[in-house]
Design a protein around this ligand. Structure first.
Ligand code: FE2
Ligand code: FE2
Length: 255
């Protein structure tokens, strides 16, 4: 089987390029399952009902999250209702929504886990202990993890920690695609960061001039998404669904 993992979708430009290109990309690569990180898909960051529904309609099976998951006011009811919208699993108990789900690609079951790092980000529960528990509970060898983290060291550590235990670990959050895609231990597809689906000529999706103003003068600014043309950053993984083992990982940049 083949799965596609799409890096952080930024704003309307990110959604629009997927609406134009994803259907054909999935068909050309014979994709069976698509996971999209949607933590920046709403205008002003976060996810809302409109951006979630657009991602599902354009072909996402699961939408994963990160530090911006709860940025939109009133989004908690959406998290309670939408079974294929994930927020990081290591949020404290009592937080709305869920951090993992099972997708039924009949007759194959695939578990998807959204997890967040704690180095340089919020002090959530320890992601290593959290993922151990979720793997133990997963009733399938096919497990994909979106590890939303700032530090490359934490992502590398998580990849190697999960080598041989899950089908794929894909880093997100830094919005820059890394060139270190590999199959760890002959089993686990891994990339430190899948990248960003949004305006290419920008600062992580934000309008360049505004980002420079902020960094140069340290004054408050209102972030605006860049209006430059968007690109798609993703990885495609071929895996043996009987063993939950990845055979091949391929980086995708589509302009
Ligand atoms: Fe992001
Ligand atoms: Fe993030």
């Amino acid at each position: 089987m083949k799965m596609l993992f799409v890096g952080d979708v930024v704003g309307t430009a990110g959604i629009e390029i997927l609406e134009r290109r994803l259907y054909k990309l999935k068909r050309d690569l014979a994709i069976d399952l698509t996971i999209i990180n949607g933590e920046n898909s709403a205008v002003g960051n976060g996810v809302n009902r409109a951006s979630y529904q657009r991602l599902i309609r354009l072909g996402a099976d699961v939408v994963t999250g990160g530090n911006h998951s709860f940025q939109q006011k009133g989004c908690t009811s959406l998290y309670d209702e939408a079974e294929t919208l994930l927020r990081p699993a290591n949020f404290p108990e009592g937080v709305s929504g869920r951090g993992s789900c099972i997708v039924d690609v009949f007759p194959v079951k695939i578990a998807v886990i959204s997890l967040m790092g704690t180095v340089g980000l919020e002090a959530l529960d320890n992601p290593f202990f959290c993922v151990d528990k979720l793997i133990e509970e997963a009733d399938t060898p096919n497990i994909f993890v979106d590890f939303h983290a700032e530090a490359t060291s934490e992502k590398k550590a998580m990849g190697q920690y999960l080598a041989g235990r899950v089908t794929g670990v894909f880093g997100t959050h830094t919005h820059v695609q890394t060139a270190d895609e590999t199959i760890l231990g002959g089993h686990t597809a891994y990339i430190t960061d899948a990248g960003m689906t949004g305006p290419e000529l920008s600062v992580l999706g934000v309008d360049t001039e505004i980002a420079i103003q902020k960094m140069k003068y340290h004054c408050p600014v209102t972030f605006k998404i860049s209006e430059n043309p968007a690109f798609i950053n993703a990885v495609a993984v071929e895996f043996n669904e009987k063993l939950g083992k990845a055979n091949k990982i391929e980086r995708i940049i589509m302009r």
